[in-house]
Every structure is written in C-alpha cells, then in structure tokens.
Write a protein that binds this ligand. Structure first.
Ligand code: BG6
Length: 610
C-alpha cells in the first residue's frame, strides 16, 4: 500500500514544507521509501530515497523544497524492491511530467514493454512509473493534459489512483480507479491524497470521490469529472469532523497504546451507532438473506470468527466465514441473489475484500453489507449498505480498537437478530444489549487498567521466546488468533493461533520444558480447556492463561505473572474483554524488543494489492 499527496498553492515557495507536513500523516500506508516532486519556476525538483519520511527529509531536505505545487509519495513496495530508483514520484520520458500512484497496475509487464518499444525511457521497476508515461504518451498525441489523463486510463489495468502534473502547467490532475483518493479545498490551496489524515492538516473542507472519476486541482478550485465521458460532476465539499489531532499520539508513546486506551470510548460510540434507526436496515438485510457470509482479512478476519460464534449462539444463524482471497474458491458456487456478505474491513480499501465486492456485483450474488471504519472508502461507496465502526482514525498498523469495535457489532447484531427470529427471547436480548451499553465501557477500562501491569510483567519474561502458541476455545477461538497475530506482527516472533482441542492432534509435539503456550478461555469453557492445559503441563510446558480468575485454573499456572486475569463479567462479554491483555502483552513485548509497534517492518495498514 502507498500514500500519495498532491498540493497546488498560490504561495510560491513553501510546497516542500506543506507536502512533508501533510504526507507524513500517511506513514502508516508505507515507509519503505519516500519522494517529493516540487515545481519551482517551471522546473521539477525531484528528491527521493529509501526510508521513512523523517529519514529522507533529513537526508534530502524535502521540507525546504521551493515551489507552488508538487506531489509526495510514501511507498510500501509491491512491484520492484524498495530502492531509490523504484521510489516515487517518477518523471515521464524527460523531466517535464511528474507523478506518483498508489495501488497495482496489473498489466505492468506488457505495458512497460509496449512503452519501451515505442521509445519511452523507463527508469525503474515500479509500476507507478507507467502512470506518468501513459499521460506523457497521450499528451504527445493530443497536446491536451485533460484528454491525456482521460486516455491514460484505457492503457492502465488494475486498481490504482494516481496524481500527475507538468512542469509548465499549474494544474495537478488525479485519477481514482480502484484505490482510495480524497481531495480538500483550503484558502489559496487545494490538496488530493490517498487518505483523509493527510488532508486535515491543510483543511477539513473535503471532497469524497468515486472510482472512474478524475480531478483537476488549481490553487482556487477542485473540479471533478467522470473519466468515461469527461463530464464535469457537481460534487459539493463536506466539512469533515474527524479531529486532525486525533491522528496525533495524545501523550502516549505510540499510537497503538493510545488506540488500545480509546476502546472504552469506541464501545460507547459504536453502540450508539447500533442503537440508531440505521440498524433497522442492517437487520432487514440479515433477516431477508437465505445465507450469510463473513469475509475479512487480518484482524478483521479474527473478529469475524468471534462473530460466527455470536451469530450461532444468539441468532441460530450459520455465518460462513472466509478470508478475502479464500472466499470465491471456498463459497463462490454457494452464492445466489439471496445471499448476504458482510464485508469487514476497517480501511474499506483492502483489495482482497474489494475483489469479493466486485464478484458479488458482477455475478449478482445478493447483497453486500460493509462493516468499515473509514468513511469515504471504496467499500463504503460500493456496498449496498454499511455499518460505520465509529473508531476514529486507527493510525497504528496493528489493528486494536477496530478489531474490538467489530466484535461488539457482531455481538449486538446477533442479539437483535436472535430476538427478531425468536432464537432468544426478548428479555434475554435486551438484558445482553443493556450490559453491552451500560457495563462494557467501564469493564473495558478496568481490564485495561488491571491487565496493563500484568501484561508488562509477563512481556519481560518472554523477550527470549521466539516461538509459542496462543490457543482459544469456543468464543475465544478468534480472540486467540488475534493475540497470535499481534505477537507475529509487532514482536516478529512465530506465534501460532489455533483451537485448543486441536493442539493434541500434532502441534503438541513441539512442547518441551518451559515451551510457552497461552490459553485464552471463558468461564463457560474452562472445564474443557483445563484438559488441554494439562496436556501441555504434563510435558513440562509453560502454560499461560488469559481469562477470569478461576480456582480450578490457578494450580496450572506456575508463576503468578502467567495468569492475565480479566475482570469478572458475563460469558458473552468475556470474549470481547479477553483480547485486551493480549493487545497489551504484544505491545509491551514489542517495545521491550526495541521495535516500534506502530510501524512494524514489511507491513502496511492497508493493502490495496492482491
Ligand atoms: C493488514 C493490516 O494489512 O490488513 C492488518 O496490517 C489488518 O492490521 C488487515 O487487520 C485487514 O485490514 P482491513 O482494513 O481490511 O480491516
């Protein structure tokens, strides 16, 4: 995933400062390499190199670059290794065109050959460079920038967004074809970017875009056009109420810890959304469908597994859950016009999920209900309906509050659905929902407060561990997988998340003296999980428990710090709380290992590539 930012101002000398200030908010989208192309007195000054924006700015003085317009790009490598040559932005054949993209050009190999065969000078192995050459090619033919941009999209296949300009023209042009793009209007300046956080430092007067649209930016206006026929579209700007400072750390050492601590507020906010009249539409979609699917990736997938248990228990509805890339081969043939797919994606831009969305639309596979956090995302615009996760921006690459919000959404919807289809009686549903609304925020705060120090102490004893398991059972199946994913993502350790009853069927062989196995349990399942703990204990493994304090479990935990005790709650709220000590454990272990949990190596917050 990458992040592009283009700005045009009437001020002639501070474009570098503006581009660094705005584009640095996209660090979570890529930090393999960074570049800025700035236009000053009709000449393009292009500076780029590998590393974070802070590093490259120190190296090349990006924020001192002069000019009144320019494009910045933060890269997460897909095509072409993270090198200076492959960093973006790129020139066209000569140093007149400049531009950068985000996304994937699927016909990269053949189109690159076509361009080279027709005399284009291609300098990199990066697919984004072809966007600039495509415009260059058609400008040569038409002499018109608008037409050249329009025609370029005929050559470029895939899911992408790009921004491009010419040294001798004040305008910057941008295209949205499958990757996220948003624009903003400030005083004497306009901006286009992959994501809202980089627009907000300049303005909260925002224009959301849809695929198949292109923009023309000048210091005074942003004009939106339909690429297909060049028709100008009326697209009024909106005031975004996303607090720009929300994208700051708020006093915490890392965004991840800040976002873990925002979870009590998320509980209140997302339940507020669920109790609004909008919920009626979501419940109707759920009720009308003959078959239901939960499709997601990464942490969103782990939350979807938890959701499957809620829909089973509370609504008696089987939710077929699948990883985005798995869905078509696993369930494609079972879909029909009466199916409902819950597409769960905090960014709303994960390509593996948008592929499923396109499949549903192209094959008339019923309805798509988006569960998403980023308003203005492709998933938001293209779903039949969407449930906002109400988390505010999640900046840290490892998901925490968005996973937590998704768990609450599934628990709530399952209870309401079960009440409506009679699977549970109304009093049970109402009692559960009132506990979600009235107790969960404070229980979440208590869990953070109590397990923070426990997790910190436990983390210190795991700094030499390179390999471990995290096991769940029943409702904590998805919770354990999420705990394992967190440890993998930000501690760079191999931690496998799996079902605890399955551990004896093979993986148990890995256990030797002190080999650590984490068991995540609820009071409802501990009678069973104790057998699985025993199987590890009997082989002198180190058993670590996450859950409420239970006398039956205490003897199986050798050292006090190996029991991450979660406050007492009811069985169906427990799984939502159990993830918190695991989030904190992975966070403190990551910090102990000298890793920045917000920007783990090789990863990106949003993957808009296959
Ligand atoms: C990965 C992120 O790239 O995408 C994970 O690193 C995330 O944190 C996963 O869970 C899915 O993202 P989304 O936006 O579809 O929920």
């Amino acid at each position: 995933m990458c992040g592009i930012t283009g700005i045009v101002t009437s001020n002639l000398d501070n474009i570098g400062e503006l581009l660094v200030k705005c584009s640095s908010k996209l660090t979570y989208r890529g930090y393999d390499s960074v570049g800025v192309a700035a236009v000053h007195n009709g000449r393009v000054d292009l500076r780029k190199d590998v590393g974070t924006i802070e590093h490259v700015n120190r190296l090349l003085g990006l924020s001192r670059m002069k000019g009144d317009r320019g494009i910045a790009q933060l890269r997460w490598a897909t095509y072409g290794a993270p090198t200076k040559a492959n960093a973006q932005p790129h020139f066209g054949c000569d140093e007149v065109f400049y531009g950068a993209h985000n996304g994937n050009i699927h016909n990269y190999v053949e189109y690159k050959k076509e361009l080279i065969d027709t005399g284009h000078i291609i300098r990199s192995e990066n697919d984004g460079e072809l966007c600039v050459h495509a415009v260059d090619k058609y400008y040569e033919e038409t002499g018109d920038m608008f037409e050249a941009v329009q025609l370029s999209t005929q050559d470029l296949k895939g899911a992408y967004a790009y921004a491009v300009g010419r040294a001798d023209k004040q305008e910057i042009y941008a295209v949205k074809m499958g990757s996220s793009l948003v624009a903003g209007i400030a005083n004497n300046a306009t901006i286009v970017s992959s994501d809202l956080p980089s627009v907000l430092p300049l303005t909260n007067n925002v224009i959301y875009l849809a695929d198949g649209e292109m923009l023309v930016l000048t210091p005074d206006y942003v004009k939106v056009f339909r690429i297909e026929d060049g028709k100008q579209l009326e697209r009024p700007s909106q005031i975004s109420n996303v607090d720009a400072h929300a994208a700051e750390k708020g006093g915490y050492p890392h965004f991840m810890l800040k976002e873990i601590n925002e979870q009590p507020k998320v509980a209140r906010d997302v339940i507020g959304i669920l109790e609004s009249p909008m919920c009626e539409e979501w419940l109707r979609l759920l009720e009308k469908a003959s078959r239901h699917y939960l499709v997601a990736c990464g942490s969103s997938y782990n939350a979807s597994i938890v959701g499957t248990y809620y829909f089973n228990r509370l609504a008696g509805i089987p939710m077929f859950h699948a990883i985005g890339g798995q869905f078509q081969p696993m369930y494609g043939a079972t879909m029909d016009e009466n199916s409902l797919c819950l597409l769960v994606s905090q960014s709303g831009e994960t390509k593996d999920i948008l592929n499923v969305l396109n499949l549903i639309k192209n094959e008339n596979y019923g309805k798509a209900l988006g569960v998403l956090n980023v308003i203005g995302s492709t998933l938001m615009f293209q779903s039949d309906s969407y449930i906002p996760m109400a988390c505010g921006y999640e900046v840290s690459v490892p998901a925490t509050k968005t996973y937590y919000s998704q768990s609450i959404i599934f628990a709530y919807l399952a209870a309401r659905l079960g009440e409506r289809n009679g699977h549970i009686d109304s009093s049970e549903a109402k009692a559960f929902i009132s506990r979600l609304r009235d107790d969960l925020p404070s229980l979440t705060q208590t869990t953070i407060d109590r397990t923070g120090i426990l997790a910190k102490n436990l983390a210190r004893t795991l700094t030499d561990v390179k390999d471990l398991y995290c096991l769940g059972y029943g409702f904590t199946d998805g919770v354990a997988r999420e705990g394992a994913l967190k440890i993998k993502e930000i501690c760079y350790n191999h931690c496998e998340g799996m079902y605890s009853s399955e551990f004896k069927h093979g993986p148990l062989s890995i256990v030797t003296k002190n080999y650590p196995v984490i068991f995540v349990t609820t009071t409802e399942d501990s009678w069973m999980v104790i057998n699985h703990i025993n199987e590890v204990k009997a082989r002198h493994g180190r058993t670590i428990v996450v859950g409420e304090l239970e006398e039956t479990l205490e003897p199986y935990v050798k050292n006090k710090q190996d029991y991450l005790v979660v406050p007492k709650s009811e069985i169906l709220i427990n799984p939502i709380l159990d993830v918190i000590p695991l989030q904190l454990l992975s966070y403190y272990l990551s910090v102990d290992l000298g890793i920045n949990p917000d920007l783990p190596r090789n990863l990106s917050k949003t993957l808009t590539v296959d």
